[in-house]
Design a protein around this ligand. Structure first.
Ligand code: CP
Length: 306
């Protein structure tokens, strides 16, 4: 791919190809670069996992990584994101991962005829998060070996979640049945098109996958934050120890993280047997290797793989 910015650009076959390539990397596959190749990670919004995992993926592929710290950059002098990216391109960067607060920030960049560097979207506002979605799909595929007919619940702060948007679309495309849970005010028309809302007790007893989302306090209003009670949320919508006991034996728990421990999921369950939260992060490195590889391959920068 020239760029990997949205799950909406990927077919079911593309998603499966990314999963298979990521699995090959997990099994030890390596690539050979034709020349010294450079990557940069431009994170204009906070991140722990996506940022470090793109960097780990790039290093594992043999790329040289150019550092960038937005707080000490010429953004402070009013330089635009577009000119920042053109600067990295001018100094020789081949591929980059970008996270920014503005939804669809990437549209102007990939339409700009003067930008040729490969762009992997590391998350845009409440829009898309394709690398997270692909690592989630890889984790589900590893567990079940297929998507057809699986019941997957997405529970929590749907409105502000790029993970919910990316995943409800791709899961439906792959043949899974999507359900939703959490506060009903966050279950809007856009989600109703993809699946029904059910009370949390009904979800935990029926689902193959329980995918919880973080309450994004940084994106909700001061009024909402003022009236928010972690205890109430956990009791009404969270995965309590009692609810975990109601889950089918084969089912799994997922969360993109960071987790508000004791809110979406009981602290004691974050690393329980059913939890795939840290394995999801481990898969993230291999999926991001596959994403970067697809952009390097598009640019003819990889020798025949060995
Ligand atoms: N899951 C995820 O995107 O985490 P970070 O915000 O830490 O990158």
């Amino acid at each position: 791919f020239e760029n990997v910015v949205s799950m909406e650009d990927l077919s079911a076959q593309d998603v499966l190809s990314f999963i298979h390539e990521a699995s090959d990397f997990k099994a030890g596959k390596q690539i050979e670069l034709k020349r010294p190749t450079y990557a940069a990670n431009l994170f204009f919004e906070s991140s722990t996992r996506t940022h470090t995992s793109f960097e780990m993926a790039e290093r594992k592929l043999g790329l040289q990584v150019v550092n960038f710290d937005p707080s000490n950059s010429s953004l402070n002098k009013g330089e635009s994101m577009g000119d920042t990216i053109k600067t990295f391109q001018a100094i020789g960067v081949d591929v980059m991962a970008i996270r920014a607060r503005q939804n669809e920030y990437y549209k102007d960049l990939i339409a700009d005829p003067n930008i040729h560097v490969g762009i992997a979207n590391g998350g845009d506002g409440s829009g898309q998060h394709p690398s997270q979605s692909l690592l989630d799909m890889m984790t589900i595929y590893e567990e079940f070996g297929h998507f057809e007919g699986l019941k997957v619940a997405i529970v929590g702060d749907l409105t502000h979640s790029r993970v919910a948007r990316s995943n409800m679309e791709v899961l439906t495309m792959l043949g899974a049945h999507v359900y939703f849970g959490g506060p009903k005010k966050w279950y809007t028309e856009e989600f109703a098109k993809y699946g029904e809302w059910l009370p949390i007790d009904d979800l935990v007893s029926q689902m193959d996958v329980m995918m919880f989302l973080r309450v994004q306090h940084e994106r909700i209003s001061d009024d909402e934050n003022g009236t928010f009670s972690a205890e109430k949320y956990h009791a009404m919508y969270g995965l309590t120890e009692a609810r975990e006991q109601m889950m089918p034996e084969h089912s799994i728990i997922m969360h993109p993280a960071p987790v508000n421990r004791g809110v979406e999921i009981a602290d004691s369950l974050v690393e329980c047997d059913k939890s795939r939260i840290f394995p999801q992060m481990a898969n993230g490195v291999f999926v991001r290797m596959a994403i970067m590889t697809s952009m390097l391959r598009y640019r003819g920068l990889i020798n025949e793989e060995y």
